[in-house]
Write a protein that binds this ligand. Structure first.
Ligand code: B12
Ligand code: SF4
Length: 466
């Protein structure tokens, strides 16, 4: 089973830490359906050179858009060696005709129904060329084959997903295309999710669910069950789920210490254009404040280049994030992934510039822009990263925190990601990324012991009213 890497992750000169964060959870999930006597190896090209001179009977490759070219190369290589090659994942689901030339069997959508079906067919010598997922359920999910994961190669070996998909339908998201033909959002049973958490060693967890708070009943029961487990964890959630009462408090009591939040844009017209309606009329400042008051750090996600954006978007966004004390920010250039509503619209308008999937990495402009020139958009994107992560900005963001502990935590977390890249590179080369995990846990722990305090403006109001 192979997770191919995109070119950047293979650079002999420099390895960003983000490619050594998480193990290949999707493949380890599929491996769980194999029989006990099946011999299997799991190779992740992001963290190790692939062994390509072996002669497996069956090769499974997970294909993301940015690694599609590499995936097809590997598939062709193994087919020449006589292996039976299966391709699946997001990109294959979006463009099956493209992938078909490189595979013996193609898998569209999530694998939990079609993968065991294929295994049965394969064992009796009658595999089909195409499997299309229809039955969406995690009820019979066997325990993930975490024994196949080389834990020491990852900073965050304990990644976990307890749901699939998302209840929302934003135009630029992979989600609608991938889950077409069945349910687009469903969860594990709470007891099964808790059992999976219980199997993970150590303290730290990272939930990779698109929207962990998406099903309130499920999330509430999950957080109740996690209370007292002594975990510290990170996850992703939407602005409106943060603003709702009660659930966030439960998450924090269960160990939530940092949240990835899809703000995407501060411009309501741009939100409307992308059908990100759940963010409309939400008070972003209040969402950040609520998280900070509960001791949760914020990783804000932002998209540049929506037609409604002009060249002022970069400075405005960066300034807002710094002024709100957002600890880390992830910026993206709008990228129309095949299969999404955004891609369909842009293609109909003749605005897709090329199909070089390597460049669909959210760092390159791949469509004809409207509100600014492509060069301006790319330059602005890089400038936003630079400006957000200068020492001056980090310290300014940290200064918004009311206590010294909070300021130190902010500076340590933000600088940790972006200011020590040569150190990360060194750690990765030593093939021991997991060694840095206690540092991450310690910084997250600082967040834990941060007492909830009134925000500055509330302090000001109190002073004024007295
Ligand atoms: C974790 C993650 C990462 C991690 C690590 C990825 C990893 N180790 O797998 C890191 C940080 C490295 C990363 C990087 C990037 N990512 Co990313 N990432 C994710 C995230 C949040 C979770 C993936 C995950 O683990 N899912 C849980 C597992 C259980 O599901 P799964 O992997 O999809 O596997 C299931 C099915 O796909 C299927 N399946 C998969 N392969 C096969 C094969 C066969 C034969 C079969 C039968 C079934 C099958 O069965 C599995 C079980 O159901 C997703 C969002 C998402 N929800 O998928 C984005 C996502 C995959 N990333 C995305 C992108 C764009 C990127 C980047 C380009 C971003 C950037 N600007 O740098 C880079 C480059 C990725 C690359 N290497 O090419 C996009 C991909 C779009 C696309 N069409 O491919 C997503 C969907 C985010 C988004 N909303 O746009 N990413
Ligand atoms: S809220 Fe996030 S995961 Fe859900 S559809 Fe929108 S972009 Fe995708």
């Amino acid at each position: 089973m192979i997770l191919p890497a995109l070119t950047e992750a293979l650079s002999p000169y420099f390895r960003p830490i983000k490619y050594s964060l998480f193990p290949p959870l999707g493949l380890a999930t599929l491996a769980a359906y194999l029989d006990a006597h099946d011999e299997v190896t799991l190779q992740d090209e992001h963290v190790e050179p692939l062994v390509l001179h072996d002669e497996p009977e069956l090769v499974v490759i997970q294909v993301y858009i940015t690694s599609a070219r590499r995936a097809y190369q590997l598939a062709d290589h193994y087919r020449r060696r006589g292996a039976y090659v299966c391709l699946g994942g997001l990109h294959v689901t979006s463009l099956p005709d493209e992938a078909a030339a490189h595979a013996d069997s193609l898998f569209l959508g999530p694998g939990e129904d079609i993968w065991p079906e294929f295994l049965k067919d394969f064992r009796r010598g009658a595999p089909k060329p195409l499997y299309k997922s229809k039955v969406r359920s995690l009820a019979a999910l066997p325990p993930i084959r975490r024994d196949l994961i080389k834990r020491r190669l990852y900073l965050v070996p304990n990644s976990i997903v307890v749901s699939r998909g998302c209840p929302h339908t934003c135009d630029f998201c992979y989600k609608e295309a991938f889950f077409e033909g069945g349910r687009g959002f469903y969860t594990q049973r709470v007891d099964a999710a808790l059992a999976e958490i219980g199997r993970l060693p150590g303290r730290h967890l990272y939930f990779l669910d698109d929207h962990l708070f998406g099903d309130v009943r499920f999330a509430s029961a999950l957080f109740d069950g996690m209370k007292g487990m002594g975990r510290v964890w990170q996850a992703a959630g939407t602005v409106n789920s943060i603003l709702k009462p009660a659930l966030l408090e439960k998450a924090v009591a269960a160990g939530l210490r940092s949240l990835f939040v899809g703000f995407e844009t501060l411009n309501p017209a741009a939100l409307r254009a992308q059908h990100k309606v759940q963010n409309l009329r939400r008070d972003y400042n209040a969402a950040v404040r609520r998280l900070h008051d509960l001791g949760v750090m914020v990783n804000g996600s932002f998209v540049f280049g929506i037609d409604e954006d002009d060249a002022s978007v970069f400075d405005r966004t960066v300034e807002w994030a710094i002024s709100q004390g957002v600890e880390t920010a992830t910026f993206h250039i709008l990228t129309p992934y095949p299969g999404t509503a955004l891609f369909t619209r842009m293609e109909a308008e003749g605005r897709i510039l090329h199909r070089d999937w390597d460049l669909y990495d959210t760092r390159h402009v791949v469509y004809e822009t409207r509100g600014m020139k492509a060069a301006e958009l790319e330059a602005g994107y890089w400038r936003a990263y630079r400006d957000f992560y200068t020492w001056g900005s980090i310290l300014r963001g940290a200064a918004t925190k009311p206590t010294w502990r909070g300021r130190i935590r902010h500076a340590a977390y933000a600088a940790g990601w972006k200011k020590f890249e040569p150190l990360w590179d060194f750690i990765i080369r030593m093939r021991n990324a997991s060694r840095a995990l206690p540092v991450l846990e310690a910084v997250l722990g600082l967040a834990a012991s941060e007492p909830a305090r009134p925000h500055r403006s509330e302090v000001d109001q109190l002073l004024m009213s007295s």
